[in-house]
Structure formats: C-alpha cells, structure tokens
Design a protein around this ligand. Structure first.
Ligand SMILES: [Fe+2]
Length: 224
C-alpha cells in the first residue's frame, strides 16, 4: 500500500481522536515486535505493520460523541461501534487496497476464537492468522491504556492483563497467540511500548512521533 496514503490516514486518526491514535501507535509497535520475534520475513512485517496502523480506520466514520464518550457505552452505541471493521474495509476497498493482510486485519480484528466476536462471527482457524494474533495485542492495550476510570496502571495493569489473556485462551483468544505474546512480554521485549504515549498527549508531540516512527520503520523495511 502506498506509504503516503497510510501516513495520511494515520494523521486523520490523530485529528479525529488522540486516544485512538495513541492506541494505534502502541499496537503498531507491539505488532512489529511480535512479528520480528516470530521471524516473519521483512515484506510481511512491512504489511502487517501497515495493517496494524490502519486497523481502526473505520473509526473515522464514527460520531465523536460515541468515540470519545468517557463512560460505558449503551447497547445502541455499541452496535454503532461494531460497524467500524466494515466501514474500515470499505475505505480500504475505495482506496483500491488489495493486500490481504491489511484487508484481513481491518475486517476481522474483533472476531473471537470461539466465534462470538463481531461483525462476522468467524470462528477459530477461519479467522485469518494476522487477525488472530492482533486480537490479543489489541485487547492487551485496551486493558493497560490510561483511562479516567482505571485505577491500576503500568506494570501492575500489565500483570492483570496477562492473567485476563490466559483466562481467555481458547474462548476469546487463539491460545498460540496468547502464549507468544506472554512469552515476549515476560522477556521484557515490550516494556518500552507499555508506556508509549500512555498518558496526556498533545497533537504536536504526536505529529513528531509519527514522523520518527514512520522513518524508523521505513529505514528498516523500506516499504512503509
Ligand atoms: Fe477496532
């Protein structure tokens, strides 16, 4: 996918909602670290990294009052949230994106191993492998990101999140993905990401970080 288009879309996420943008960058870094630990080839890593950067692109189509609502969502609001993998993949198709790893991640990142995820209720190995791996990363970040209602943060939050991931092995999550993520986390390979923009963020700081991150990834993988 054209690197300029990816950057432009990520920039649109920043302007829409900084919290989604901060989450996006952390999951990009987790995904890249996971892919590197699994010795995936460089071309695939570039694609998977782009896919992670774009996974929530459908949130551009959500109303601000739902996306930025600080409290619990109503059932009706959650039904609207569930639409974002569909609107995200529609955006990708409009942009003539054909790379399967990108389309798969945008479409299927909220599917669950036991088949009760959304929006397609795919089950187990019917879920593309990248989306199965990514679901664990996405949930871990959701459980460890700074939120007004969350009292436990940082390393303690990570510890609790890993327990939750273990509890969801075979139901919400692909067991192999939980094992791989847990192993990598316990090796200390993800510590720096846990705290990355996981606090008050400002748009200028974020814009700077986006340039730094895209440059770093481009230098290493040339495709992004
Ligand atoms: Fe999402």
């Amino acid at each position: 996918m054209d690197p300029g288009v990816v950057q432009n879309l990520v920039q649109q996420i920043e302007r829409k909602d900084l919290s989604t943008a901060a989450h996006t960058w952390r999951v990009v870094l987790y995904t890249r670290a996971m892919a590197e630990s699994l010795s995936i080839d460089h071309e695939q890593i570039a694609l998977i990294t782009q896919a992670a950067a774009l996974h929530d692109i459908g949130k551009l189509d959500l109303p601000d009052h739902i996306l930025q609502k600080p409290g619990k969502l109503t059932d009706e609001e959650f039904e609207i949230i569930k639409y974002h993998p569909v609107s995200g993949s529609a955006r990708m198709i409009d942009l003539d994106v054909t790379e399967e790893p990108i389309l798969d991640l945008v479409r299927y990142h909220h599917e669950r191993w036991d088949g009760v995820g959304y929006p397609f209720q795919l089950k187990a190995e019917d879920i593309p492998i990248g989306a199965r791996l990514f679901a664990v990363i996405d949930s871990f970040d959701a459980m460890t990101s700074v939120r007004p209602y969350r009292e436990v943060l940082g390393d303690k939050a990570a510890e609790l999140a890993l327990i939750e991931l273990q509890a969801g092995m075979g139901s919400q999550y692909w067991p192999d993905a939980v094992e791989a993520f847990t192993e990598l986390f316990k090796s200390g390979g993800l510590d720096h990401i846990l705290h990355y923009f996981n606090d008050e963020v400002t748009l200028p700081a974020f814009e700077h970080a986006r340039h730094v991150q895209f440059d770093a990834i481009r230098n290493r993988y040339s495709k992004l």
